[in-house]
Ligand binder design. Sequence first.
Ligand code: TRP
Ligand code: SF4
Length: 348
Amino acid sequence: MTPSTKKRVLSGMRSTGKLHLGNYVGALENWVRMQDEYDCFFFIADWHALTTDYADTSRLKENSVEVLLDWLAAGLDPAKCVMFIQSHVPAHAELHLLLSMITPLGWLERVPTYKEQKENIKEKDLGTYGFLGYPVLQSADILIYKADVVPVGEDQVAHVELTREIARRFNGFYAGKREYVFPEPAALLTPAARLPGTDGRKMSKSYGNAVMLTDPEPVVRQKLKTMVTDPARVRRSDPGNPDVCPVGDLHKIFSTKETMAKVYEGCRSAGIGCIECKSWAADALVNILNPMQERRKKYEDDPRLAWDILEAGSARARGVAGTTMNEVRESMRLDYSSNYEPVKDSKK
Ligand code: TRP
Ligand code: SF4
């Protein structure tokens, strides 16, 4: 398929620094698969990171680079997809501003992530204009590329829905003779295998229970050793159940059928110990992480390579975004350069 007949995919991640296995199975693995089939744009949302972490920006740049390195490590390929950084495409901000003019406050106050985070995050003041506008910026990110498909996790579906509503409202006001300016994007829900962290809760950087994509083998093995198991298996002789064990969940996601069979059999009959079982899970993780860490080396040794990819991607993105913005300005009658006739100065 030529790029023009492929559907366009757009998605982003906030620049939060190094990624973990949960980010991989929850998003990245899916993106890597999509880059062969779709016209893909993936970006690092550094401005979105500012909506909550505005007070201390000392790690912003570093965090963005870490995300990019993990993307490349996981197999995103600059020959197959466009990777860029949000702040390198200033047109996102222009569209954000224009969309903010037509977005009713009530739509934003209703967004579930807004309500939840405002209640749950107490250590930062989220009563800012920028934080309320988070989903408007996200809408601009999506609409400026006229994306057809937006792969996201469950928590982001409401944001894509809002994007559709904003697109509809914009088209209603300004499409004029056109059928529409912005196509309505569809959310593609990433089938979320819930990946447990070492403490059995959902893997999350902030819980300190994550296996990072950059963890070397000894660290992975150590983390697995301390991972919680089926609480019913107190002694080696007690039978257990992989279906209620976080290590069992890891096996289900990462291990082969043969290993799975050994785990079910051995755990239920108390034929294997948890230490052995965990070492098999560690084997599976190491198997996945090794090739990533191998790929990452090249870019760590020569960071210029990664920056070049980002710069080339950002230039591509600016081109596409610029074309959309020309259309947006024209449809909103903000295209002064071609219509405006200067009034002659009568005093001369
Ligand atoms: N809000 C998304 C998240 O927290 C990140 C994001 C920003 C995004 N802009 C986007 C995702 C546009 C998809 C499309 O995960
Ligand atoms: Fe969990 Fe494996 Fe121990 Fe069973 S043997 S309880 S699956 S770690």
